[in-house]
Design a protein around this ligand. Sequence first.
Ligand code: ZN
Length: 221
Amino acid sequence: MTKHNDAALVVLSGGQDSTTCLFWAKERYKKLYAVSFDYGQRHNNEVEIAREMARRAGAEFRLIKSDIIGSLGHNALVDTAENVDTERHENALPNTFVPGRNLFFLSMAAVWARELGVKTIITGVSQTDFSGYPDCRDTFIKSLNATLNLAMDEQFEIVTPLMWLDKADTWEMADQLGVFDLIRNETLTCYNGVKGDGCGECLSCQLRRKGLEEYLQRRGK
Ligand code: ZN
């Protein structure tokens, strides 16, 4: 594949989706940057996994301390006294929702991108299999993109390779990129902090496994 001349900045959590986006970007952009956020999430190995994934993709990595986001609002990802939801509640956001997270993270990513002279910001949000988080929807991303451009008089483009893919499609993308095993074994998506196939119980593990089973069936293995 012909690479763009330009660079891209990937918002990286070390999970399945953002890591898939990182390797998707590696095929397309000459220079890669990756940014992770330390917001007091209960599993700090997330950050170390993100750093390792960035290293493997040849991306320049930066960690931004942002625990203020966890201290302002309440959620189960930063409050270790609370168990993470294992099922969806009708008309309610899961207790793993971190209010303002993507707004805050993408805004900070854009400030660093501007400093670097990078126009393309990549995030692994998806509207298809989203966990009910409003800040994973396409309309939010488009709105924020317009706002960031107005805020900094820039021409950023927020790119969302997974927006219309379901989890099975995301596994397929990883496979096509040649990083299926890496993503299956070395990324962390589980809300209980278990790498690879995870705890199997939390909403995130359920979604990841369902997609994996669908994909493996599709692939015929
Ligand atoms: Zn889990």
